[in-house]
Design a binder for this molecule. Structure first.
Ligand SMILES: NC(=O)c1ccc[n+]([C@@H]2O[C@H](COP(=O)([O-])OP(=O)(O)OC[C@H]3O[C@@H](n4cnc5c(N)ncnc54)[C@H](O)[C@@H]3O)[C@@H](O)[C@H]2O)c1
Length: 240
């Protein structure tokens, strides 16, 4: 399959280019705003993997719609308007979107859903994520995915809070809190804590290599090829 990598000069892009051959994909467009890369998706491309920057997504996905090719979106931190462009594109082409393409995090998602259902609201949910100092958005797309999964499992009406400072008052029942740590070269750690007055459950995932995300994204693109238009998640790809 002839593919385009968007954000090809970035940390994820480099890993995707390295791994593509092992997944029987040929990278024919290495697109990035950095010098020495392609500016656009070439006409022979049969599928796109996007790990670039949120502002670039609407333009690139419009091009994929024009070309009628599948789109795997890894880029996080999209505004509501950018997300709307993605949702509209998914009416015309297959779009896989996930805040995390690793197998482990998708298993964690299922565990969080189960725990949030089994443990009632006397178990407070706190999510802590840590990433490298270069990450540009917060909280991470993965932390948001985990928070949404927990929220849905508990009825879908739980307020989110992003960090705390000052006179916050007592913690409201049902609140789901997200906290972001940044530093060094951490690839991506996520901990979901369920804390009651009696005990604490902690579910933890630590990414050891970006290869986990890149391999998942390539798998997702091969899966999306030839599928009907729609918005898919990594859980669909993994059949979970
Ligand atoms: N979904 C996942 O599994 C997952 C995993 C890791 C990272 N990410 C996300 O993927 C994105 C990239 O992550 P990264 O760590 O590789 O970042 P990075 O900063 O190392 O790479 C991003 C690349 O995109 C390029 N870029 C910026 N604007 C562009 C534009 N308009 N057109 C083309 N290229 C452009 C940059 O020059 C850079 O080379 C981030 O949003 C990150 O949060 C998602």
């Amino acid at each position: 399959m002839k593919i385009a990598i968007l954000g090809a000069g970035g940390k994820m892009g480099v890993m995707l280019c390295e791994l593509s051959q092992a997944h029987l994909c040929e990278v024919v467009s290495r697109v990035d705003i950095r010098e020495g890369f392609d500016l656009d998706i070439s006409p022979e491309v049969e599928g796109v993997i996007d790990f670039s920057f949120h502002t670039a997504v609407p333009g690139f996905i419009a091009k994929a719609v024009e070309m009628e090719i599948p789109y795997v979106l890894g880029t996080t931190g999209l505004t509501d308007e950018e997300q709307k462009a993605v949702d509209e594109a998914s009416l015309k082409i297959p779009v896989v979107q996930s805040g995390n393409y690793s197998l482990g995090v998708n298993v964690l998602l299922g565990l969080v859903r189960k725990a949030a259902q089994a443990l009632d609201k006397s178990y407070d949910i706190e999510i802590v994520e840590m990433h490298h100092r270069h990450k540009k958005d917060a909280p991470s797309g993965t932390a948001l995915m985990l928070a949404k999964a927990a929220d849905e499992a508990r009825g879908g009406d739980n307020p989110f809070v992003y960090g705390r400072v000052g006179q916050t008052g007592e913690r409201p029942v049902g609140e789901i809190a997200l906290h972001s740590l940044r530093g060094g070269s951490v690839i991506g750690d996520h901990t979901v804590t369920f804390a009651s007055e009696l005990e604490r459950v902690e579910l933890v995932h630590k990414a050891q290599s970006r290869e986990a995300f890149a391999a998942g994204a390539l798998k997702a693109l091969l899966w999306a090829k030839g599928r009907k238009a729609g918005k898919y998640s990594m859980l669909d790809v993994l059949g979970m």
